[in-house]
Design a protein around this ligand. Structure first.
Ligand SMILES: [Zn+2]
Length: 380
């Protein structure tokens, strides 16, 4: 098979900062269950796909995946019968699928039509891994593998598995079927059931350091045909996203494809607006801001506020901002009028709010309350 059969391969290797994690894997001693965890948007999913492909690869040599054998080909076209995935609808576009027409820009599926004006509950539904699918996937493990080799079941995000599904999974982990490898992915390992966690080999995916992450990101962006980006824009968004290169790449691709229904695009736009408002301290137009941003993901907005407040705390103690170095002058100005105790109280409110962040959308009232509390940090 020629290399041309696998045009995506060169574009989706294991990210450099995950390379040592990859090299630490002993393919002769792969555990039954691997729990790969780490910050969202740093490349765990592509890493897991590459690992799944390697585990299914049928080549005789040690360098896997070979990207040449029949199994690799099946995998690449999204048709390998022994690769089972349990991912919510919102993540399915990340899975391999046949796409021979074009090997130019990475493809992103446009949001399906019913997505655009769907109810919040429907959105939540799409973010969950369905119970029926979990059950039928686990049941299918009772039958031997189709190609007589390994079978890989990938689950992401593990923390979104409902409790009944988690119990089904747990039973299967307790008595793992032969030649079956569970690849479990989680952004927040503290939200994974301890009973599941204890049956897995834990792999921690590290975040790249800033320069490495940015270098990788800029290379990826330069490979997208027709995409023009401003370098300082890339750096700003990179910092705003807490140093998660894959998230930033995704958002640029979505923007490039003019996918304005894309959740991340909406979140980034809202997050920018939020930052502009937060910069105004006591003069924050909180009602207006809440109205403009409340349709973005709550968790995302909360993370932005946390990063901002964390920087504000650092600066008021004489330190340098970690996330928003470009806003250092604004932060210093705000730090002079911020009241330490109120700032701390606000921080606590944010932590409190994060406990319910899994509600995909916040009510406008929740955001209004937080922003008005922020305003009070500066009054006096
Ligand atoms: Zn192969």
């Amino acid at each position: 098979m020629s290399d041309a059969m696998f045009p995506m391969e060169q574009k989706r290797p294991v990210a450099p900062w995950l390379q040592s994690l990859w090299e630490g894997l002993d393919f002769n001693k792969i555990p039954n269950a691997i729990l790969l965890h780490g910050q969202s948007g740093i490349g765990k999913f592509p890493f897991a796909l590459e690992l799944a492909k390697a585990l299914l690869c049928e080549a005789n040599h040690t360098f896997k995946p070979c990207n040449q054998c029949e199994a690799c080909h099946w995998f690449y076209t999204g048709n390998h019968p022994d690769f089972i995935t349990l991912v919510p609808e919102t993540h399915r576009k990340l899975l391999p699928q046949a796409d021979y027409e074009s090997d130019d820009a990475p493809k992103r599926s446009k949001g399906s039509k019913e997505d655009s004006d769907g109810e919040a509950s429907e959105k939540q539904e799409k973010k969950n891994i369905s119970i029926e699918e979990t059950r039928s996937a686990i049941e299918s493990l009772a039958i031997g593998s189709h190609r007589g080799g390994n079978r890989v079941i990938l689950i992401y995000p593990l923390e979104l598995l409902r409790s009944d599904s988690a119990n089904t999974l747990l039973k299967s982990l307790e008595e793992p079927p032969a030649n079956t490898i569970f690849l479990l992915l989680a952004d927040r390992v503290d939200r994974v059931l301890p009973t599941i966690r204890s049956r897995c080999r834990l792999l921690t995916a590290p975040r790249p350091d800033r320069l490495d992450g940015l270098a990788w990101l800029k290379t990826q962006l330069s490979n997208i045909v027709g995409l023009k980006v401003n370098e300082s824009d890339v750096e700003t968004i990179y910092d705003e996203q807490g140093g998660a290169p894959y998230s930033v790449l995704d958002s640029f691709i979505a923007r490039h494809n003019k996918d304005d229904k894309d959740e991340l695009t909406i979140a980034i736009a809202a997050s920018r607006l939020l930052l502009q408002s937060l910069s105004q301290g006591a003069r924050i137009p909180w009602l207006e801001t809440a109205e403009k941003i409340h349709k973005a993901q709550y968790a995302y907005l909360l993370a932005t506020m946390q990063r901002w407040v964390s920087d504000l705390q650092l600066v008021s103690q004489g330190g340098s901002p970690r996330y928003y170095p470009k806003h250092v002058a604004t932060l210093r100005g705000l730090a002079q009028t911020a009241r330490v105790i109120k700032l701390l109280q606000f921080w606590k409110s944010l932590l409190q709010a994060r406990r319910s962040e899994n509600h995909p959308l916040a009510s406008r009232i929740q955001i209004e309350a937080l922003l008005s509390q922020y305003q009070q940090v500066f009054e006096g």
